[in-house]
Design a protein around this ligand. Structure first.
Ligand code: PRX
Length: 644
């Protein structure tokens, strides 16, 4: 770490920053000592309430009963759209860039309002009521934002499913949340590849008899299968309803959305966020971390199928009345200049993207960047996985002309919004450090026994004080919520990440300490991939570990034991990878499969994953204690069998 250079607050930026270093420290202290007072102020300034709350917060982590803005009434769609109309009706709310460079569209707040009201009425016409769950499986098109906000408007709970998930993964999510309706599109292109969205839904619905209607956006001219009893065209439905749709008055505790994410066991968790706390938190973090100013053009490249898309494509920007750019395509189509051409085309001022995308674009060569102008940019963001210092420097120097601060933001699906990040214009930048806790966030680093560790020591990252953006529960499974986050270290929220805090108070995130992988920034559980591999009838056992990957950050390496009498061969490997694609989606496909006649197990039958990680990473210098293995000779055979 010692040879990493620090960067001063970027010079062009200091003139504009909303927050100075002194103000950060003052506001941070206030937020920690008097959280209710602090969050009450933010919620008053940034959110419009139909009825004020009686108390800002109650409860604690020990009892898992934290509650924010008690008895406060509001509506998220009203906050994101309606209340901006008197002053910003003609301000652009959404800019859309399609998969092809010539496809683009813009919607003002007034135009978006009308579309949302109409679609809210479509949902009502289909019988959707307050509290019902609505699944959204759409590409990055304006209708995705319309559908999310329409749900919020009428008090329905959306469950957005990432377009890369397979029919099986969709089915599991639809069943778990008991959805009665799905919003999808005919199909879409990502680069050159076609994604058969409606077909995937049709297959999933073979096992979801409770889904009574599917609303389909006609996104391409391709012909799709149609079920007259169940399917409705979006464009026909929105023209069959009125444009008037009042907002439902929601309690601050009412659910806003469910979003599935991977944990350390096989089944994805339906993380549930509620109305008042979530909106206050994303609005506040958006304003301060992205140093939002009135005429900014904000581009978060994340898909709305992930939490980053929820919080910083939709709710955070629109609640602040900002212009948010939505991009349907991929960074290297039709060529690796695409991101920067989009920046120039729309004069993007703030870009928020993932280290995977930055690494992939760096790999293509600087000329794809330097051929573009990018002078409009004033702030760069990173999210989803650690950003290596050399990649950070490339982002800072080549993309940002050395005048844009980088906000390396650490957070999680469960946290609702950004938790640790540099404050642009206020913090000295340390490449690779997530840096400072956001207002109201009090992290600590603890050892395995729960003791707090001093500066510079690596340990488990926990959060010691409630904040408004924290998820309320896991849908239909409060016990799992408690066991996953609050049980092991009472009084703390356990993040699942390792980190250290340096002597200057900067947090450095070191990666997950549970069985969760980060592949291209996507969160995937090893158990989920193992279950998918085990679905292949030839397989008797499987163990999945991460290996370092130059572009993806981590890639999936699977050790697979076949059933007696089955001979390993290349087509079997393909079949197993196909199983994972079918069960989860292409994002979880292993990069490597190594045949193993046995897996290293302790006498109590536990697979020693630590050893498998080392073998997969070819890091054989110190294998540690292997004396508890039932059969230590397994190790030598696995090392010999390692391919690559
Ligand atoms: O391991 C951390 C990593 O992503 C995990 C959360 O994943 P997910 O719920 O999918 O949310 C991703 C987008 C917020 C964390 O536990 N992570 C996220 N941001 C960073 C990060 N690791 C290092 N640095 C980050 N900036």
């Amino acid at each position: 770490m010692s040879n990493i250079k620090n960067y001063p607050i970027a010079p062009k930026f200091t003139q504009q920053a909303n927050i100075s270093e002194l103000q950060y420290h003052q506001m941070y202290t206030h937020s920690i000592i008097e959280p209710d007072n602090f969050w009450g102020q933010q919620a008053n300034q940034l959110i419009s309430w139909f009825k004020p709350w009686e108390k800002v917060s109650t409860g604690d982590f020990t009892h898992m009963d934290t509650t924010w803005f008690i008895n406060g009434k509001l509506n998220v769609c009203y906050n994101c759209i309606d209340r901006h109309l008197p002053t910003r009706a003609n301000h652009v709310a959404l800019l859309w860039e399609g998969n092809e460079p010539q496809q683009s569209l813009q919607l003002t707040y007034a135009e978006l309002f009308e579309k949302i009201c109409r679609f809210s009425n479509v949902l009502k016409k289909q019988g959707v009521q307050k509290g019902d769950r609505v699944a959204i499986y759409l590409p990055m098109i304006p209708e995705a934002v319309v559908a999310m906000l329409a749900c919020a408007r009428i008090g329905a709970v959306h469950s957005v499913i990432f377009g890369g998930f397979s029919s099986d993964a969709i089915k599991n999510r639809l069943l778990d949340a008991d959805c009665k309706i799905v919003i999808t599109a005919s199909d879409c292109y990502r680069g050159n590849k076609i994604i058969p969205l409606k077909h995937n839904i049709d297959t999933a619905l073979l096992e979801c008899p409770d889904v009574k209607s599917v609303i389909v956006v006609k996104h391409t001219e391709n012909v799709i299968e149609w079920n007259d009893h169940r399917d409705y065209w979006y464009h026909e439905e929105i023209n069959s309803v009125s444009v008037d749709c009042p907002c439902e008055e929601m309690d601050a505790q009412d659910p806003l959305f469910i979003l599935y994410t991977s944990g350390s066991t096989g089944k994805p968790k339906g993380i549930l966020h509620v109305t008042g706390g979530y909106l206050t938190y994303v609005a506040t973090t958006f304003k301060y971390i992205f140093d939002y100013h009135d005429n900014d053009i904000f581009w978060c490249t994340a898909d709305v199928g992930w939490i980053t898309g929820h919080s910083y494509v939709v709710y955070g920007p629109l609640c602040n009345g900002a212009t948010s750019l939505l991009f349907e395509g991929i960074p290297n189509y039709p060529n690796p200049s695409r991101y920067w051409e989009i920046v120039d085309k729309y004069k993007v001022t703030i870009i928020y993207t993932s280290p995977t995308a930055i690494r992939a674009l760096r790999h293509e060569g600087d000329h794809w960047v330097t051929d573009t102008n990018r002078k409009s940019l004033r702030l760069l963001g990173s999210v989803g996985e650690p950003i290596n210092p050399d990649v950070w420097e490339w982002y800072y120097t080549v993309i940002g002309h050395e005048h844009c601060p980088i906000v390396d933001t650490w957070w999680q699906t469960e946290t609702g919004g950004i938790m640790i990040s540099p404050f642009p214009g206020a913090a000295i930048l340390k490449p690779g450090a997530a840096s400072w806790p956001f207002f109201g966030i009090k992290p600590a680093i603890i050892d395995d026994h729960g003791n707090k560790l001093p500066a510079d020591q690596k340990g488990k990252l926990v959060i010691t004080q409630p904040w408004p953006g924290m998820a309320k529960t896991i849908y239909n499974n409060p016990d799992r919520f408690f066991n996953a986050y609050f049980k092991d270290y009472p009084g703390y929220y356990l993040t699942g990440d390792d980190a250290r805090c340096d002597a200057d108070g900067y947090y450095w995130i070191l990666g997950r300490n549970d069985d969760v992988l980060k592949v291209s920034g996507h969160r995937i559980s090893t158990a989920e991939v193992e279950n998918a591999i085990l679905a292949d009838l030839s397989v008797s056992e499987a163990a999945v570990v991460p290996i370092q990957h130059e572009i993806k950050g981590e890639a999936i390496y699977a050790f697979v034991t076949l059933k007696m009498g089955i001979k390993p061969n290349e087509s079997l490997k393909k079949e197993i990878i196909q199983k994972v694609r079918e069960n989860i989606g292409a994002i979880a496909a292993p990069d490597h499969i190594q045949w193993a006649d046995a897996l290293p197990k302790t006498r109590s039958g536990k697979i020693m994953r630590r050893l498998l990680r080392k073998i997969a990473d070819n890091d054989l210098t110190d294998l540690g204690d292997t004396t508890t293995l039932t059969d230590p000779s397994v190790i030598d055979r696995l090392i010999r069998g390692r391919q690559m």
